[in-house]
Design a protein around this ligand. Structure first.
Ligand code: HEM
Length: 516
């Protein structure tokens, strides 16, 4: 593993995509950002110098990837936005809440390390002056917000993110949460809220014997370890070939940060952040059977942006209207936990789009970006080119050289896929170049497409190893604490996302689906 402490992979102000970190709102002033060391990124595989395709080819590929098609997969749609929430936890920039305080360069470096510690939920903790605003006055519970009454539905406390004061649209009531990206669309915002509720319920159910001074820390550890268990046993095997996940978590990593001391600060491989974990973009639907009011796919992706304060204006009202509160029964399958009473008929249940090489057509024009840069697939491909990301073939060879057993996709498999992106719009020379030097993100999505919508081979390995290392290097870690078992699910080995939600919402239908 190479560390590139001095190399910034995300040089800003350069190139087509250089206007903001990740193309989104920047959390820090540019000057501050420049003085912050870019330690958190590493390059897992080889440099893809000389292997990058011309922009014209990438544009055609992006068009093919956003031409629609694909179809539904088997994964409940809630996992799409759980994935986005996890992404924001992994790549969380703590300097956002820490710069107010004095931070040593070492702390800053650690602050920017990828781990699964739920910093995106907790910030720097209730004792930190910058983060105190996320907490109730007791310094234990996380704050929640209320909705506004509409169409016979009253004001509901605890069903939106806590939001700023000011009741005019101009003031845009942004979520008061450590990571503003979790207010980017309503589905991720409601996922964040579910995690807030989970923490609060854990606080409420702590044994009385836990002394006051330890109550927050004890709750946070319990929450974090359950969250990691859920990711390891429920989220990851849904998106990745389960055999690869078990292999990495059972026998250890073969390629990424092998042999480093477990508590060393992990880095973030660009192959994960710029390619593999962008798999979530393929899972996004163009519309959702959102709740009883916005049924029949009238909960469009556009509305999910509009009813957030990050991409929209909460529907132009001062607060989230009550009729937009999520119905979690439509996003997760509670029959997995034996709750037939919370089942939804297939016509009202949202499955995510299959993980494949197609994205919904809506993502061809992301709101708020200049038109020639608004295609999300193009942004991902150009971002990879900017950092000279290794190709799929280079990564397959690299992982094989590390002893990973995988079969490299053939040119015919890459060309034809399985009901995914149609490459016939590329010229013959463009297609030939693409099949020889295949952008990693596209390669990984083709792998998944040929494996019934689950990552396999190169993609599964990169994702499983990065998650393993991120959990290993977290302050609280189920990888290091091998004896730990969940206590808040149905038994000592089971804790799934449905169990998390049932615990957080007290198993009650009127809380999991307050709109009815
Ligand atoms: C409606 C939902 C989503 C939207 C609108 C969205 C949009 C974006 C945009 C605009 C970028 C920056 C692109 C660039 O300029 O490089 C990005 C980056 C990224 N997205 Fe998404 N995304 C969504 C959901 C997801 C999901 C579900 C996942 C994973 C499960 C995901 C994973 C990532 C990753 C790993 C990055 C790289 C940067 C980072 O966050 O550190 N996204 N996304």
């Amino acid at each position: 593993m190479e560390r590139h402490g001095s190399e910034s992979y995300f040089v800003l102000g350069e190139g087509l995509l250089g206007e903001a970190v990740g193309g989104r709102e920047r959390p820090l002033a540019r000057a501050v950002e420049r003085t912050t060391p870019p330690f958190r990124f590493s390059r897992l595989g080889p440099n893809g110098n000389g292997k990058q395709l011309p922009d014209a080819t990438l544009r055609k590929l992006a068009s093919a990837m956003t031409a629609g098609g694909g179809g539904l997969g088997q994964i409940p749609a809630g996992f799409t936005y759980l994935g986005q929430f996890i992404d924001h936890d992994l790549t969380f920039d703590k300097t956002n809440v820490m710069l107010g305080a004095t931070v040593s360069p070492t702390a800053l470096m650690q602050a920017r390390s990828p781990s699964l510690d739920l910093d995106s939920l907790y910030g720097a903790g209730p004792a930190d002056p910058e983060s105190a605003k996320f907490y109730e006055a007791d310094g234990l519970h996380l704050r929640m917000g209320k909705t506004s009454a509409v169409g016979g539905l009253g004001v509901k406390q605890g069903f939106d993110l806590p939001r700023g004061a000011g009741n005019t649209v101009a003031k845009k009531r942004k979520g008061i949460i450590p990571d503003p990206r979790n207010d980017e669309n309503l589905a991720v915002a409601q996922t964040h809220l579910a995690l807030i509720r989970f923490h609060n319920r854990v606080v409420d159910t702590l044994p009385a014997a836990v002394p006051p001074a330890l109550r927050f820390a004890t709750a946070r550890e319990l929450v974090t370890k359950h969250y990691q268990w859920m990711i390891r046993t429920d989220y990851l095997p849904r998106i990745c070939a389960p055999g690869v996940v078990s292999n990495v978590f059972g026998s250890g990593r073969k390629a990424f940060e092998v042999g480093v001391p477990a508590t060393d600060v992990p880095t973030m491989p660009i192959e994960f952040s710029v390619a593999a974990f962008r798999l979530g973009h393929a899972m996004i639907r163009k519309a959702y059977h959102w709740n009883k009011v916005f049924d029949g796919e009238s909960g469009t992706l556009g509305f999910l942006f509009d009813f957030s304060a990050g991409s929209g204006e909460l529907g132009f009202g001062p607060r989230l209207p009550s009729n937009w509160i999520a119905d979690f029964r439509r996003l997760y399958d509670f029959t997995e936990a034996g709750r037939a009473d919370l089942a939804m008929p297939p016509a009202k249940f949202n499955r995510a789009m299959r993980i494949d090489s197609t994205l919904t057509t809506v993502l061809e024009f992301l709101p708020g970006f200049p038109t020639n840069q608004a295609n999300l697939a193009l942004r991902n491909l150009l971002r990879a080119k900017m950092v000279k990301l290794a190709t799929g073939q280079q990564m397959a060879a690299f992982l094989t050289s590390k002893g990973v057993s995988l079969t490299q996709l053939t040119q015919a498999q890459l060309r034809d896929g399985s009901a995914g992106a149609d490459l016939s719009g590329l010229t013959q020379p463009q297609r030939t170049a693409l099949l020889q030097n295949t952008p990693l993100w596209f390669y990984i999505l083709r792998e998944a497409e040929l494996n019934n919508g689950k990552l396999k081979g190169v993609g599964a390995r990169i994702v499983a190893e990065t998650f393993h290392r991120a959990m290993e290097g977290s302050g609280h870690s189920i990888v290091r604490d091998t004896a730990w078992r969940p206590s808040l699910g149905p038994n000592s080995t089971t804790f799934r996302m449905v169990d998390l939600l049932l615990f957080a919402f007290r198993g009650r239908k009127n809380l999991l689906a307050p709109v009815g």
